[in-house]
Write a protein that binds this ligand. Structure first.
Ligand SMILES: Nc1nc2c([nH]c(=O)n2[C@H]2C[C@H](O)[C@@H](COP(=O)(O)OP(=O)(O)OP(=O)(O)O)O2)c(=O)[nH]1
Length: 141
């Protein structure tokens, strides 16, 4: 049953992302490349969940594709989510905290990488969906 108080359901874009946390409590952000929507903004590494994938498998795949690092499901702790209208679609972003991986992160897709403390993220240009996640991470880490 539809309610007059609720808008028509949009198609949901399921995205997973990671707050990779180093030994100093800094988090890895990557800069979205030219040619992609929201180019130049700083985001958490991750991407869309593909058909038939679990969120954790999608995140393990994305971290390897985007940064060349390897992690496993037991190292991914569900931490927060974001829910944001993106044009015709609605973004549901699942954020995991990850403190253990192998390999050195390198920007295979992104323009650049940087390690920042959550409090420093307020000064960076990040996608609108990420803004509520900053305070959550600040409290969590
Ligand atoms: N990875 C990531 N995506 C985010 C964040 N915040 C945010 O709004 N998004 C949005 C941007 C995109 O609309 C969507 C992720 O899609 P994407 O195109 O970057 O993912 P993908 O790596 O699967 O890319 P592609 O294969 O389609 O090129 O989620 C974030 O912090 N990290």
């Amino acid at each position: 049953m539809t309610s007059p108080d609720l808008p028509a359901p949009a198609s949901i874009l399921h995205v997973v992302a990671a707050a990779l946390v180093d030994a100093d409590g800094r988090v890895l952000l990557q800069q979205r490349p030219e040619g992609k929507p929201m180019a130049g903004l700083w985001e958490f590494p991750g991407g869309k969940i593909e058909q038939g994938e679990t969120p954790e498998a999608a995140l393990i795949r994305e971290l390897h594709e985007e940064l060349g690092i390897v992690t496993q499901g037991s190292c991914l702790a569900p931490a927060a989510f974001a829910s944001e209208t993106l044009g015709e679609r609605h973004l549901l972003l699942l954020l995991y905290v990850c403190r253990k991986w192998t390999g050195i992160a390198e920007p295979r897709h992104a323009t650049a990488l940087r390690w920042v403390r959550p409090a420093q993220m307020y000064a960076l240009d990040m996608p609108p969906a990420d803004l509520p996640l900053i305070g959550l991470l600040d409290a969590l880490l």
